[in-house]
Design a protein around this ligand. Structure first.
Ligand code: MN
Ligand code: MN
Length: 290
């Protein structure tokens, strides 16, 4: 583990409620590689912000957050996923909330697998990522949701979708585990209505894992992406999803930022959303019972 800390992440592992770590891996990226630079760029960008979150009335310097640095990665995706599984499992077993900074989206699979027992999954993404394999690899970034649905969870929500193969669209129609909301659904109904529906679907889940593939967001807000897709949801929509699910969230990740393709805009937004997740989760953990 190495790398400079994320801002306001000065706690030790033992004291921390939240544990951040980076995974600088983009080995299966199909269009624009470079997400391996995103943990470093998000850490840098994190120093831009005030420690106080005025919307949520949380001072991040009061929240115990530990930054483990970056995981060791291998050129082979499966070996890298094994490392991520070990790190995520250690954090989950210690009763802390892991926050993974990717890297590419394939890294989410071991993060979700690290929980024992039932867990709902909320993925924000432009893409279904429901292929069985891609480029000869089962653990390609384009397949991550398929394996999460088939191997791990029985409640899966996706928000922001606007890209997939005909087979992926048909798979969603036939699969009762999946509630998929397109970016156009969010645009026409509004994110609050979508969250009410998605929240009702997730009602039976005590905990959820939230994964943010940054390309859910319109490339106008976040140009530096591995596979940018126009007509996306807004940065504010994503923040609403994070705040809505924070009380149940047992883990979070931000993946697929490719910082070389913009001037730090996507990494800045990624860092801000991580800080917002921490503040929203902390607030829900300490909400006064009325
Ligand atoms: Mn994805
Ligand atoms: Mn995507």
């Amino acid at each position: 583990m190495n790398g400079n800390n994320f801002a306001d992440a000065g706690s030790s592992f033992d004291e921390a409620a939240f544990v951040l770590y980076g995974v600088p891996f983009d080995g299966t990226s199909s269009f624009r590689a470079g997400s391996k630079w995103a943990p470093r760029e998000m850490r840098k960008a994190s120093y831009n912000f005030e420690t106080y979150n005025g919307d949520l009335d949380v001072n991040l310097c009061d929240v115990p957050v530990h930054d483990m640095g970056d995981c060791e990665v291998y050129s082979n995706v499966d070996d890298t996923l094994d490392v991520v599984y070990d790190v995520a499992s250690r954090i989950v077993k210690a009763g802390k909330i892991p926050i993974m900074m990717g890297g590419e989206h394939s890294l989410t699979y071991p993060c979700v697998k690290a929980y024992k027992g039932k867990i709902g999954v909320v993925v924000m993404d432009a893409h279904y990522d429901l292929r069985e394999e891609y480029g000869g690899l089962k653990n390609n970034h384009a397949c991550v949701s398929r394996h999460i649905i088939e191997d791990i969870t029985d409640k899966y929500v996706s928000i922001g979708i606007r890209s997939g193969t005909k087979e992926e669209y048909e798979y969603v129609k036939d699969n009762k585990k999946i509630r998929a909301y397109s970016a156009d659904d969010v645009y026409s109904k509004g994110i609050e209505a979508i969250l009410r529906e998605a929240g009702a679907y997730m009602k039976g889940c005590d905990r959820v894992y939230v994964s943010l593939d940054m390309d859910a967001i319109d490339p106008a807000y976040a140009p530096g992406l591995g596979t940018p897709e126009p007509f996306g949801i807004t940065a504010r929509d994503v923040r609403s999803v994070i705040r809505y699910f924070a009380p149940k969230a047992a883990g979070f990740d931000v993946v697929e930022i490719s910082p070389e393709y913009d001037h730090g805009t996507a990494a800045l937004l990624g860092a801000k959303l991580i800080r917002d997740f921490i503040a929203a989760k902390w607030k829900s953990m300490h909400a006064k019972k009325v």
